[in-house]
Design a protein around this ligand. Structure first.
Ligand SMILES: [Zn+2]
Length: 322
């Protein structure tokens, strides 16, 4: 097939996917929200503010699971979220690793005060891992890998707070233990596996139907490649949101799978997508994953596209009038 035929076909598939997606998402239980451009939060997201959070995290140093620095980082996230009206809950658990048992802590956040903030089941989990890979012998601060997406989620909490009707349908999840000490065949994804195990036992309606994961989204040269082991309709609709925002050139849907925190949620039947830029060599998992490799602009492009996708296409009925 010629290139143009392929792209016309790809375009038709995407449009078909969106029609099906919008038809199915309109019927979400308890869904009465319609996207209102006047209340849009995506355009409020500041890459500079997110980057300042990443700097604060990187200043703590390497933040592997179970470390004192990892706990300090959690305290930072909790304090920042509290400033903008979000309540956090820690979910601590111990898991076996090749370094022996490690104490992990997932952090969950909802808009509102106290336990009541968590009383209603969220419709979308928005996740990022906050641990940095344990790398003895080098100083691995994970500006992009661990830092960028965590800073983004903190900034998302700020802008979402301006639209409580939307924010109350969302739960932020900061996953611990995404990184494998050896390889993903042996370990890793500890936080998302732990959550998936808990969610699997819940009846439908008591668990969020959707999840969006962000990971490594700050690279100067931003190439988000959404893995194939995601919900195809969701992932193709992310491209539509990107087209609308003029950020389309930074996004593609891959034909390959990527092992990341979306996978355990995908396996229990949640509809998931993942904003990940694995095109980060030669800095990935090296001491060169530092602040000078990432930009506010890349975080902003990712964050605004993600939020438009959520507020308009995923939860907002595609912006259809009532
Ligand atoms: Zn990593």
């Amino acid at each position: 097939m010629s290139r143009s035929k392929v792209s016309i076909l790809a375009g038709m598939i995407i449009i078909l996917a969106i029609v099906i997606f919008l038809a199915s998402s309109g019927g979400l239980p308890g869904s009465s929200f319609t996207y209102d451009p006047a209340k849009a939060v995506h355009s409020q997201l500041s890459g500079a503010k997110a980057l300042a959070h990443v700097q604060a995290l990187v200043d703590i140093g390497p933040r592997p699971s179970g470390s004192e620095a990892n706990a300090r980082q959690r305290d930072y996230i909790i304090a920042e979220l509290k400033k903008v009206g979000w309540t956090t809950r820690e979910d601590a658990f111990t898991d076996k690793t090749s370094r022996g048992p490690i104490d992990f802590v997932n952090l969950h956040a909802r808009l509102g005060d106290g336990d009541s903030a968590f009383s209603r089941t969220a419709e979308v989990l928005v996740g990022s891992h906050f641990d940095t890979k344990y790398m003895p012998g080098i100083t691995f601060v994970g500006a992009n890998d661990g830092g960028s997406s965590t800073g983004l989620l903190i900034e998302m909490a700020r802008v979402l707070a301006a639209n409580p009707d939307l924010a109350k349908r969302i739960e932020l999840v900061f996953f611990d233990g995404e990184e494998a000490i050896t390889s993903f065949q042996v370990e890793g994804l500890h936080g998302s596996k732990h959550l998936a195990k808990k969610l699997r036992t819940l009846p439908e309606g008591k668990r969020p139907p959707y999840a969006i994961i962000f990971d490594m989204i700050g690279d100067k040269n931003l190439n988000i490649g959404i893995p194939s082991n995601t919900d195809a309709e969701m992932s193709n609709t992310v491209l539509v949101a990107a087209e609308e925002l003029g950020t389309r050139k930074h996004f593609s849907v891959l034909r390959t799978e990527i092992i990341d925190d979306h996978q355990p949620l995908h396996e229990i039947g949640m509809r998931v997508t993942n904003f990940i830029d694995l095109d980060y060599k030669p800095y990935w998992h090296t001491s060169a994953d530092t602040m000078d490799r990432i930009t506010a602009e890349s975080i902003e492009i990712t964050g605004r596209t993600g939020l438009l996708f959520i507020e308009k296409y995923l939860l907002g009925g595609g912006g259809r009038s009532k």
